[in-house]
Design a binder for this molecule. Sequence first.
Ligand code: AMP
Length: 290
Amino acid sequence: MTTRVIRSIAELRDALASVREEKRTIGLVPTMGALHAGHAQLIETARRQTDCVVASIFVNSIQFDRDDDYDGYPRDLSSDVEFCTARGVDVIFAPSANEMYPEPQRAFVDVEGVSDHLCGEFRPGHFRGVATVVLKLLNIVQPSRAYFGEKDAQQLAVIRQLVKDLNVPVAVVEVPTVREPDGLALSSRNRNLNEEERRIAPVLNQALREAEKLISDGSQRVADIKGAALEVLQHYPGIRVEYLEIVDPEHMQLVEQITGPVRAMGAVWIGKTRLIDNVLCRQAAQAAGW
Ligand code: AMP
């Protein structure tokens, strides 16, 4: 089977109309390309669950808060096509910026509350851009299922809220974070790390795991938990913490006391590279169902 690369919305709609006529289900995997094993996990899950897998590859200008980040975002369509072909993707939708935004975009999706803290606070307009492009992609592809990574947990919460509040007929499927053996979450941005930066990068995950351990052991005061997690990062002068917070997993609101499952969320800068990660945490007693 060959993977079709489609660049126009009209051609994609045409191709998918026949899929729908045959009553075959469509799975959408939205990406910004520079594909890695994390994306592969999304594709493979979609491959198992749906008949026709569409991977979109689009570096979405309106979700970037810095021009240099947008300009410098890794782009390599030919190796992404090879990557998708090897994993049985049926269609790659790789529109140009002009195809997605032929005129300045005037309609936007704002997901309130869920977008307020964490990345929403430090990247103004980011989730507005994400929610808007995801809704556009869902409307263009009209999949029965769409696949997103737990790695971007706040993004996932924003999308779940958008789908729920705007009655979008799609099942959102969450795929667990794929990591390097040393714990670093795979990210297209990891390729920007130099050797020394790459060596210290897993410490973000170690800090979040420290929070996870304390919560599992029964710590309840978030101030203490955050303090211990930040302590892990303090030993590395090469790391600048943007945020490290404990939030409720559904609405991404900051909590002060642990009374149920939470997510430890962090963003750090290592040199010029920004990395994010998160870990779902619960008390051992909760996990055991007591
Ligand atoms: P991106 O291309 O970075 O916009 O990511 C596209 C999708 O892949 C998003 O749903 C991400 O959450 C997901 N993703 C990125 N990195 C990982 C990872 N390490 N593990 C699982 N999913 C990931």
